[in-house]
Design a protein around this ligand. Structure first.
Ligand SMILES: [Mn+2]
Length: 384
């Protein structure tokens, strides 16, 4: 018996997006709400009976009553879908939490205690186990799933750190072997913002948008919308089917926007127009109007062009939804001319010294030395 479900997590509704300009941050906050509503519409259209929300639905610090009212009303609009929420470290349950001080619709169940609670669905052979954070950090894994009813499909919905680099984490460390020992048929995980699937063999696999994966024991859906420039790649939701012993899942990349980090060589650009064209040509107008770019410029560039980089980028801003740049170009100096001008001082000597070194250096050293030469000149030639 296969039962369709959807899983979302780490929405971080109301997060301030501090690293973005305020008008873009406001749009991103709206994007998250819009994407949540798109998920609920999909669940309704496809008659999905179960939606698991694995924590960090919102941020306690910034969430407001009108936003909760909007979310709650949207949940009520998909009465045919049972929604299970397991609060996490950003939306942990406290005495004034909206999780326990708000009239949520009857199709929503929130796990509000820091111990495992089990819900047996009356009309299908599914038991949902959940855990709610009651504080922002949990160092000890206190999860005790207890004996399961093996005649049912057992699903856990938990916010925690199952990808630990070490055995300790302030975010509810979950060892893979321990998770296997829960004897769940599927574990919907939240906290890690990149989508991952876990197999019962212990094998962990990043989820991309390349189709469905079978035999899955557990998975992170990742952040529904990417939240900063480290969250590149595809983001969205998990859509899948529960079955006895394993699930079949798929990442549906419905995030409205992506973060794109790209390196662009400006070598050989001679005019502002050349520079602008190089930058714009690195992606399509359609993509530029949606995505959030961090562009790193490399290569040698005329010193005057390098100085007008801020103006060039300013002029391009309207062709991007969001652009920030890291200028790693080095000024392309006319070495013979500078040497002539500085024949008797340290600048001329520096160029000669570095040129000698370059002539005798091995291939892989040459690039470093050339970079050092240009960086050194940039410092030496700077107006006092
Ligand atoms: Mn999170």
């Amino acid at each position: 018996m296969q039962i369709p479900f959807m899983q979302i997590g780490d929405l971080h509704i109301a997060t301030p997006f501090k690293s973005l300009p305020s008008f873009i941050a406001r749009q991103r906050r709206q994007d998250i709400i819009d994407t949540l509503k798109a998920v609920l519409k999909m669940a309704e259209d496809q008659h999905i009976p179960l939606l698991f929300i694995t924590g960090d639905l919102f941020e306690n610090e910034y969430i407001t009553r009108p936003v909760i009212a909007d979310i709650s009303r949207s949940f009520a609009g998909v009465a045919g879908t049972r929604i299970f929420i397991s609060p996490g470290n950003h939306d942990y349950v406290h005495s004034r939490s909206f999780y326990i001080n708000w009239p949520w619709p009857p199709n929503v169940h929130i796990f509000t205690t820091p111990s495992i609670e089990r819900i047996d669905l009356p009309d299908m052979p599914i038991s949902v186990y959940g855990f709610g954070w009651d504080r922002p950090e949990i160092y000890d894994n206190c999860i005790d799933v207890g004996p399961t009813d093996t005649s049912r499909i057992n699903v856990a919905v938990i916010h925690g750190d199952a990808l630990m680099q070490s055995s300790s984490s302030p975010y509810l460390p979950i060892a893979i072997q321990q998770m296997i020992g829960w004897h769940m048929d599927y574990v919907a995980l939240g906290h890690i913002h990149r989508p991952y699937a876990f197999h019962a063999s212990g094998h962990i696999q990043p989820l991309d948008a390349t189709g469905s994966i079978t035999d899955v024991l557990a998975a992170y859906a990742g952040s529904i919308e990417p939240l900063d420039s480290s969250e590149t790649g595809y983001h969205g939701i998990i859509s899948g089917r529960l079955d006895k012993n394993a699930a079949c899942i798929e990442l549906i990349p419905i995030a409205k926007r992506r973060y794109i980090n790209a390196t662009i060589s400006l070598d050989g650009a001679q005019t502002s127009e050349d520079v602008a064209k190089r930058i714009l040509d690195s992606d399509s107008p359609q993509n530029r109007s949606f995505n959030l770019y961090t562009l790193t410029f490399t290569g040698r560039l005329d010193p005057q062009l390098k100085q007008s980089m801020a103006d060039i980028i300013d002029d391009l801003k309207e062709q991007y939804f969001s652009i920030s740049v890291v200028d790693q170009t080095v000024p392309d100096y006319d070495l013979e001319y500078i040497k002539e001008q500085h024949r008797d001082d340290i600048i001329g000597r520096f160029i000669e010294y570095m040129e000698d070194a370059l002539n005798t250096a091995a291939g892989d050293q040459q690039q470093v030395l050339r970079h050092a030469l240009y960086m050194g000149l940039q410092a030496l030639l700077q107006d006092p």
